[in-house]
Design a protein around this ligand. Structure first.
Ligand code: KG4
Ligand code: ZN
Length: 393
């Protein structure tokens, strides 16, 4: 079978990201090769607002789009020089780095969920490429991208691969059911998959997302934006057992983090008098981080007992957190005893490399390769941005 190329675009929030993937489908799975992974971050723009400012995000996407596209296509232009497969009379055309788009099979783009203005920037870019080069569009859900980012590590147990120029295989069978915990700034969801690209949300947050809670508590502690990495850093110097913060909805697979955020706030000032209270910032950061991770692990353990997955994925921006990663692997790889006395095999745990935990286009590219193989494409005229796109609609 012939290698295929897809260019993937992700602009759902505040990162302009593109990735070029080469792939081939075989009997057992998909051989995937990530050729480029470009992320233009807008953190410096949004820092002073303490969060993402949607109008500025759209404008920054627009500015970054062409340079990011050019960089993402570089490996394909390099291949053109050495590979006859890609020499399609390019010499006769003016020397545009974009002409190489003739040789891709499709353009993939995040359709939602996300900020409408940000999503539209990526979608319109994909539409232009699709219309000019006559390529189909592969629409991808942002959460799907987070789930499939974790396969960038799939080389069997314990082996890590580089993010760029990395080859790996995604098997068709033998890994399901897959249970994914996606924890980001906008989502906290437990997603069950019985097959590739088939999702069922079995638990989700009823209020704030875990990343949102990190960001809000960071603001309470004057730590700036984004809050997750700042809290993680400060927590390293604190004692996580000083403040006893609650884990909500203990008996459910759903999450709730808004009470935790309020509890943290009330440790810093009296809610009635608004008087500032004495507290230790590092201890509060550590205790808060522990409470979030306790909740994430407890619910995942419950879902594991209920659905007995062969594979468990942890992904999304919060999965960049080293404390969460360490506890997730340690606690979920332990063999658990069932009431019957049976001790089932622990699941294989997949966590993307840290660079692919936060928003990126590599996960979008991987998911799109599978979707393209299953003919899940649409013509450019038919795609709309879906700001509230559920993964299992
Ligand atoms: O997946 P992502 O990049 O964007 C969304 O889809 O929302 O996630 C961003 C979120 C932010 O809330 C950020 O504070 C959080 O991920 N985050 C972290 C860490 N790095 C990023 N949270 C905890 N610890 C971290 N190291
Ligand atoms: Zn995300």
């Amino acid at each position: 079978m012939k290698n295929k190329f897809i260019l993937a675009i992700e602009t759902s929030c505040d990162e302009t990201a593109m990735s070029l993937v080469r792939f081939v489908e075989n009997k057992n799975g998909w051989e995937i090769d990530i050729l480029s992974n470009v992320v233009a971050s807008q953190i410096d723009i949004h820092k002073k607002w303490g969060g993402v400012y949607p109008e500025l995000a759209s404008r920054a996407h627009l500015e970054a789009m062409i340079p990011v596209l050019e960089e993402a296509l570089e490996p394909l232009n390099e291949l053109r020089i050495t590979n006859n497969e890609l020499r399609m009379g390019l010499e006769s055309i003016h020397n545009s780095p974009f002409k190489i788009l003739d040789s891709i099979s499709a353009v993939a783009v995040t359709q939602g969920p996300g900020l409408i203005g940000s999503l539209l920037m990526g979608i319109e870019t994909a539409q232009v490429i699709s219309a000019i080069y006559n390529k189909p569009i592969v629409p991808v859900n942002h959460l799907e991208g987070h789930v499939y980012s974790a396969f960038a590590e799939y080389k069997g147990k314990g082996q890590r691969v580089k993010v760029k120029n990395s080859k790996f295989e995604i098997p068709k069978r033998g890994i399901f059911p897959v249970l994914s915990l996606v924890v980001s700034g906008g989502h906290t969801s437990l997603i069950l998959m019985e097959d590739h690209l088939k999702y069922k949300t079995v638990g989700q947050t009823i209020d704030d997302a875990a990343g949102e809670a990190f960001d809000k508590v960071a603001r309470i502690l004057d730590l700036g934006y984004p809050g997750g990495p700042a809290i993680e850093k400060l927590a390293k110097t604190g004692n996580e057992n000083v403040y006893d913060l609650p884990v909500a909805l203990k008996n459910s697979l759903d999450f709730s983090f808004s009470g935790l955020k309020t509890a943290a706030l009330y440790l810093t000032k009296d809610p009635r008098t608004q008087k500032k209270l004495k507290y230790n910032r590092a201890d509060l950061a550590a205790s808060f981080q522990k409470a979030v991770v306790d909740a994430l692990i407890l619910k995942t353990q419950k879902a594991i007992s209920k659905y007995n997955p062969k594979t468990v994925i942890l992904s999304g921006g919060v999965s960049a957190n080293g404390y969460l990663r360490e506890r997730f692997v340690r606690q979920l790889s332990a063999r658990r005893a069932e009431p019957s006395g049976r001790r089932p095999q622990p699941p294989v745990i997949l966590i993307p490399p840290v660079a692919l935990s936060t928003d990126n286009a590599v996960g979008i590219a991987i998911a799109s390769a599978l979707k393209f193989s299953k003919n899940q494409t649409i013509p450019w005229k038919d795609i709309d941005a879906l700001p509230n796109f559920p993964i299992d609609f």
